[in-house]
Design a protein around this ligand. Sequence first.
Ligand SMILES: [Zn+2]
Length: 458
Amino acid sequence: MTKTIQFIIRHGKYRHLLFCRRIHQYTVSELFQPLHVRPKDAIVKEESTSLSQKLLVDCGVINCRSNGMFALLPLGQRVITKLMKVIDEEMKLVGAQKMLLPLLTSGQLWRATGRWESTGQELMKVQDRHNKDYVLSPTHEEAITNLVSEVYPLSHRQLPLSLYQITSKFRDEMKPRFGLLRCKEFMMKDLYTFDSSEEAAVTTYNKICGAYDRVFQRIGVPFLKVAGDCGNIGGSFSHEYHYQAAIGEDTLLLCEACGVSTNAELVTNSDDASCDKCGNHMTKTAGIEVGHTFLLGTKYSGPLKASYQNEKGKPELLQMGCYGLGVSRIMAATVEVLSQGDCIRWPWVLAPFKVCLISPKKGSKEASAVSWVAHLADVISSIPGFEDDVIVDDRDTLTIGKRVMKAKEAGYPLIIVVGKAACQDIPLFEVINTKNNDSQILSHKLLSGYLREISREQ
Ligand SMILES: [Zn+2]
């Protein structure tokens, strides 16, 4: 910028531009949201498709790039970002530190723990130009334990140590299905804890599980926490977090009398299982696993020689725990549980935008009310809980009815229509709450109050 222009802006009639709040207005006309795009070569089999896959693809939230591989489109990326924010906030409260490990882990480390062979064909193995083996990591116990072992001597004063990351993970699925629920590449949050004794590791385990409970409570979709199977990860005990859904691939057993629940894999005869605690007959239900926690003990610190220095200056093996959250799976599973028909329903905290504002149709009687749109967008964006959370459907060649339908399909929790009633002496706006399909006609002032109240209730 030249000095002259700077002078004019600073002192001339454009001076106000310097003091304008710079707000970006999201609009549906600019949004990259390819609708109903199916991959050209994929044969979509009905039995391998889920409601969430269909809705997320059709509404332009995700896009299938290859069998079992999905692109997160801008709306999907917003959902994931919101979920990561909830996770990061809860992790901060329990003192966990966020970091990033390489996606490739040396095959040598996986051989050292025996998992190079035991994991089977699901493990994505690659080689570099020097024929060195790597794993496109499905999980990072080897990588993190190796890192911690090489920073020895870790002092007992540095424990407990909790480290986590949110990254892509890989699994060579034989039959990828149900979209993001079972695919080859997915987003996962994985946390690893290191303690000085078994007792301290149990305390840490309970603290982290408490944080995971709060993550799921904040998402707001009812979940089940069950005793889990340690499987290929190993360790002494584990818990799983599940959303109940008919397409869930896990069978869970529930005691309706006392609330105890377990994965059916842990029971020899799941058809006739009775509750350990109260003896009641347990009922079966299907669940989508969205989180899994393990108390590992020294399963990884032993073979990878990860130790710390105790009070007497002697090396001792670290006691570990590991804790996973299926980030992209949570996004799909909540849609699977909450949605019906052609419309996505998001948990309030994850909705890509909380409010969709519909502008008047061009050339219609109410077209003069269009100036309300920018004003309302500005006012709503300044209400706590709605910052950066308003999108305007400005496609004013389409009818209001058509755009309301599209907004319902995309699952925005609140749709606000600037239509005919906005031209009255006291302008009124229709607010549709898509959670219960309730619609109200409110004045500008009442609308702000209503939004504040809804935000507080969540
Ligand atoms: Zn019971």
